[in-house]
Design a binder for this molecule. Structure first.
Ligand code: F6P
Length: 470
C-alpha cells in the first residue's frame, strides 16, 4: 500500500501535554494521521547552530514523525521573515503590514530546498505527499527538480486573496506559479479557489479545461475547496466530560453565576481582538442592564512575538482591556478577563460548553476551528450562541450563527446582546442546523475528500464535487 507523507512547517510530535499549543493545522493533521498512520515531516520547532542542525525520527501510535531543525538565520528569514512578515499579511488582505526583503525570500527558498533534500532521502516512487500551508508553497517544485513524480497535493489553511491584492507580492509569479507543480491545490472556501483560478487566468493566461483544471505546460493542476472540519462528535463527548472537571468548576465558581462570553485566539492581528474588545465595550455602553452580569473571558496565547507588528498589537490589546475594565469594572466584577496562558483542548472544550456565547470575530481567517469546536462542545438542550465574523471561512458553512462585521463594534455589541437574550427555541434551532453541517463535514470527511481527489485520475476531474452541500 502507498505511504502517505504529510509535510507542514509545524509538527505536533506527541509530548503528553494534550497538544496545548497546537494551532488549527496541527489539530486537523493529527486527526487525519490518527486514521492513516503515515509519516509527518516538518520543522522540529528548534533553532540550532548550523553545525548542529539535525533531523530526527520518532514513532508514536503508528505515525512516524521526522523533524528537522532550522538555523537562526533560517528561522529569521524563512519563518519570521518571508512566511510571517510577507506572506501572512498579504494572504490576510493586510498589504500595509507586509514587508518585503529579497534576503528573506532567498532564506524561504533555501528552507524549502532543505525540506526537499531531507524528503529526497526517504521518498519512494508511490508515496502520496500532502503538503500544508503557505510556508511550503514551492516545495513541490523543489521535489520535482529532484526527480520526484509522486502525487503531491497542497492545502492552504489560510485565505487566498483576489489577484488585485496578491500581485502586490514582489515576484509573485515565481512563487504562486510554483503551486502548479502540485497535482491538486486545495483551499478552505470556493471564494479562495476562485481567487487562485482568476490569478491563473487573468495574470498568467494559463489555459484551463474548466474553472478548476489548469494546464501548466506538461502538467495538469486541479484546484478545489475542502473546508477543514473538526472532530465534531468526539469534541462534544470531550466537552461533556470536561465541563465537570475541577478546573472548569473553579472557573464557573469564580464567575458567581454571571454569564460567560468566551474568545480563544492566538495573539495575531488577523483575529481582530482589540476591535472585539471595543465591541464588548460598546455592548456595555449600549446595554447597561447587562453590566455586572456578564464576563468576557479572552484566552490568547502569545505567538510570533519576535515580529514587531505582533508586539504592537499586544500593547494595543492590553491598553483596551485596561480601559474597559477601568471604565466599567467594579470592586466585585471585572468585565474582561484577559489570559495569555495556553490551555489544553480538553480544558477549552469544558469552557466552551460553559459559555453562553463565543465571540469569534477575525478580520480575516482561512476557516477558524474555534468557531466549529465551540458549536461542537455545546449541550444540544441548552446551547450557547456563536457570534461569527463574516470574514472567517467558517461563515460559509455556519450561516446559522449570528454573522457579524468585525469592523462594526456597534453591530457586534448588538449581536452580543441578542445572543445573551436569545430564546431557548431559537438557540436550539440554530445549534441544530450548525451541528447538522459540522457533523457531515467533520475533519475525517475533509481528509478523505482531499485524499480521494488527490488520488483520482486526471480524466475523472469532471466528477469532482466542487461545492459541498450545506
Ligand atoms: O494555518 C495557520 C498557521 O500558520 C498554522 O500553520 C499554525 O498551526 C498556526 O497558524 C500557528 O502559527 P505558528 O506555527 O506560526 O505558531
Amino acid at each position: 500500500m502507498a505511504r502517505i507523507i504529510v509535510v507542514s512547517n509545524r509538527v505536533a510530535v506527541p509530548t503528553g501535554d494534550g497538544g496545548a499549543r497546537a494551532g488549527g493545522l496541527e489539530v486537523a493533521i493529527r486527526a487525519f494521521l490518527k486514521r492513516h498512520h503515515g509519516i509527518w515531516f516538518g520543522w522540529s520547532g528548534k533553532v540550532a547552530a548550523k553545525a548542529d542542525v539535525a533531523t530526527r525520527t520518532v514513532g508514536h501510535a503508528g505515525v512516524t514523525y521526522i523533524t528537522t531543525d532550522l538555523t537562526r538565520t533560517d528561522y529569521q528569514e524563512y519563518y519570521n521573515g518571508f512566511a510571517n512578515r510577507m506572506l501572512w499579511p498579504i494572504l490576510h488582505y493586510r498589504l500595509n503590514l507586509a514587508e518585503f526583503s529579497s534576503r528573506d525570500l532567498t532564506g524561504f527558498m533555501r528552507v524549502n530546498d532543505h525540506f526537499a533534500d531531507q524528503l529526497h532521502k526517504i521518498l519512494r516512487p508511490d508515496d502520496i505527499i500532502w503538503v500544508h500551508d503557505y510556508h511550503l508553497l514551492p516545495l513541490a517544485k523543489a521535489l520535482r527538480e529532484r526527480g520526484h513524480e509522486n502525487r503531491i497535493g497542497f492545502f492552504l489553511h489560510i485565505p487566498f486573496p483576489p489577484p488585485q491584492l496578491l500581485t502586490a507580492l514582489p515576484k509573485h509569479e515565481r512563487l504562486i506559479l510554483s503551486l502548479c507543480h502540485y497535482d491538486l491545490v486545495g483551499f478552505q472556501t470556493d471564494g479562495d479557489a476562485d481567487n487562485f483560478a482568476r490569478y491563473l487566468t487573468d495574470e498568467c493566461n494559463m489555459p484551463s479545461r474548466d474553472s478548476r483544471t489548469f494546464i501548466a505546460g506538461k502538467r495538469t493542476v486541479r484546484i478545489g475547496a475542502f473546508p477543514v472540519g473538526v472532530e465534531t462528535v468526539e469534541f462534544n463527548r470531550l466537552a461533556r466530560r470536561t465541563v465537570r472537571s475541577a478546573f472548569v468548576r473553579e472557573v464557573r465558581r469564580s464567575l458567581a453565576d454571571r454569564a460567560m462570553i468566551i474568545g480563544v485566539d492566538r495573539l495575531d492581528y488577523s483575529k481582530g481582538i482589540a476591535l472585539r474588545m471595543e465591541a464588548f465595550e460598546r455592548f456595555l455602553a449600549d446595554f447597561p442592564q447587562w453590566r455586572g452580569d456578564v464576563t468576557y473571558l479572552q484566552i490568547t496565547p502569545r505567538s510570533r512575538s519576535e515580529i514587531k507588528e505582533y508586539a504592537d498589537m499586544e500593547r494595543r490589546i492590553s491598553e483596551t482591556v485596561g480601559r474597559v475594565n477601568g471604565r466599567y469594572g467594579e470592586a466585585s466584577w471585572t468585565p474582561i478577563r484577559y489570559v495569555n496562558r495556553s490551555h489544553s483542548r480538553s480544558a477549552l472544550a469544558g469552557l466552551y460548553r460553559s459559555a453562553r456565547a463565543a465571540l469569534v470575530t477575525p478580520l480575516r481567517d482561512g476557516m477558524n476551528l474555534v468557531a466549529k469546536e465551540y458549536v461542537a462542545a455545546q449541550d444540544a438542550d441548552d446551547p450557547g450562541v456563536l457570534i461569527l465574523s463574516r470574514f472567517a471561512g467558517a461563515a460559509v458553512e455556519c450561516g446559522a450563527a449570528l454573522l457579524v462585521n468585525p469592523y462594526d463594534p456597534e453591530a457586534v455589541g448588538a449581536s452580543i446582546a441578542q445572543a445573551l437574550s436569545m430564546p431557548l427555541e431559537e438557540r436550539r434551532g440554530r445549534h441544530g442546523e450548525l451541528m447538522r453541517v459540522l457533523t457531515q463535514n467533520d475533519v475525517k470527511f475533509w481528509g478523505e475528500r482531499f485524499m480521494a481527489a488527490l488520488t483520482r485520475p486526471v480524466s475523472e476531474t469532471a466528477a469532482w464535487p466542487h461545492k459541498l452541500s450545506a
